[in-house]
Design a protein around this ligand. Structure first.
Ligand code: PLP
Length: 384
């Protein structure tokens, strides 16, 4: 039995999504931008997918731009916003954003524009004093993620959007991990731009969208064609867009039921771990979190060793640390929360999905504790 609890990395394609996509990879292969009907008829299907994505977010279809995924949506929102108003090229974001935001922010800074990174508190929530202090007259965009991919902590999007607007800045949120897991309403939340990615909500990889509120006039991001009102040139990824549309509809349809169901499964997992692995710590336990995400510190036990042994047993989870250029580096998210490298290197992230079952949670609760307890006995770092 394979137990896949790494759904914040990517999710399984829903069967309904695959079925809807297949004709666009076979007989309906035309180019939607073609003059002839074999291609141009597909434009209607693309527009139907746009409606579905808009419905998930409480937006109008005309406010949705299709992209290749969350990374591109984040790049587009930040890069294009920096050149809307030359008097306000500055950006304020936070230290725990995804690299798609952080590295784009660094690029904006390297062009000489002011960039501020707000600190977070020990529980992974936004430090409001730090956030507010960074916004200046030059700030044109504030970008705060809706929920963090490592801890699952839900950020105060409405409040940060309101503060951004009071200071004359636009507000973008990376909702890649939040979409389909918690309700989103761009209007009541005051969101100007929002990024989503299909493969995090049981859609295909390589498809995503950026919501851009009507009235915001962004300069083109990709040049070389008239697609997406000239904002994002390039031949349509028809199958991917259709897949994203169906994935968005399914996510909306199942949202409330799944929020409750995965929340209960996550609670069962966390309670079982705390009971069977003495000393385990649930990161951001007291904060408002996504119903599907738990990062746990197993002090004294290297997460890489645990992941390897779990992998042998068919259980897929991920660690709080990112492997770059073959060198193990601690998670910058946990570091920003004040968690030291020794502890951060013991972090395991469990992320559930619509397809996670109670049996799978029970399997983890059977397999994981003996691994932790055995490794802890032989670890030179344990009991320090
Ligand atoms: N933003 C967040 C919060 C993410 O978790 C991810 C993916 O892990 C991305 C952006 C990037 O999305 P994509 O893989 O679609 O480029």
């Amino acid at each position: 039995m394979k137990v896949y609890l790494d759904n914040n990395a990517t999710t399984r394609i829903a069967p309904e999504v695959l079925d809807a996509m297949l004709p666009f990879l076979t007989e309906k292969f035309g180019n939607p931008s073609s003059f002839h009907s074999f291609g141009s008829d597909l434009m209607e299907e693309i527009e139907a997918a746009r409606e579905k994505v808009a419905a998930l977010l409480g937006a109008h279809a005309g406010e949705i731009v299709f992209t290749s995924g969350g990374t591109e949506s984040d790049n587009m929102a930040l890069t294009c916003s920096a050149s809307i108003n030359p008097l306000k090229p500055g950006l304020v974001t936070s230290t725990i954003e995804h690299p798609a935001v952080l590295e784009t922010a660094e690029c904006i800074r390297s062009r000489g524009h002011p960039v501020g990174l707000s600190e977070v508190n020990h529980d992974g929530t936004l430090n409001m004093d730090s956030f507010i202090s960074l916004i200046t007259e030059q700030t044109g965009l504030v970008s705060i993620m809706m929920a963090n991919n490592e801890t699952g902590v839900i950020m105060p999007v409405e409040e940060t959007a309101r503060i951004a607007h009071e200071r004359g800045a636009l507000f973008h949120t990376d909702a890649v991990q939040a979409a389909g897991k918690i309700p989103i309403d761009v209007r009541s939340s005051g969101i100007d731009m929002l990024s989503i990615s299909a493969h995090k909500l049981h859609g295909p990889k390589g498809a995503g969208a950026l919501f851009i509120r009507e009235g915001i006039d962004l300069p083109p991001f990709m040049l070389g064609g008239h697609q997406e009102n000239g904002l994002r040139a390039g031949t349509y990824n028809t199958a991917g867009i259709i897949g994203l549309g169906v994935a968005a509809s399914l996510a909306a349809e199942h949202l409330l039921e799944e929020k409750g169901r995965t929340g209960l499964l996550l609670g069962r997992l966390e309670a079982g771990i705390l009971e069977k692995c003495p000393g385990a710590i649930i990161v951001s336990a007291g904060a408002r979190r996504l119903p599907n995400t738990a990062t746990v510190l197993f002090r004294g036990v290297e997460s890489e060793a645990v992941m390897t042994l779990l992998d042998i047993e068919g259980i897929c989870v991920s660690s709080g640390s990112a492997c770059s250029t073959g060198e193990e580096t601690s998670s910058y998210v946990l570091a920003a929360m004040g968690i030291g490298a020794d502890d951060a290197n013991t972090a395991l992230r469990f992320s559930l999905s619509r397809y996670t079952t109670g049996r799978e949670i029970d399997c983890v609760l059977e397999v994981l504790p003996p691994i932790i307890n055995k490794l802890r006995k032989i670890s030179p770092y344990a009991n320090r």
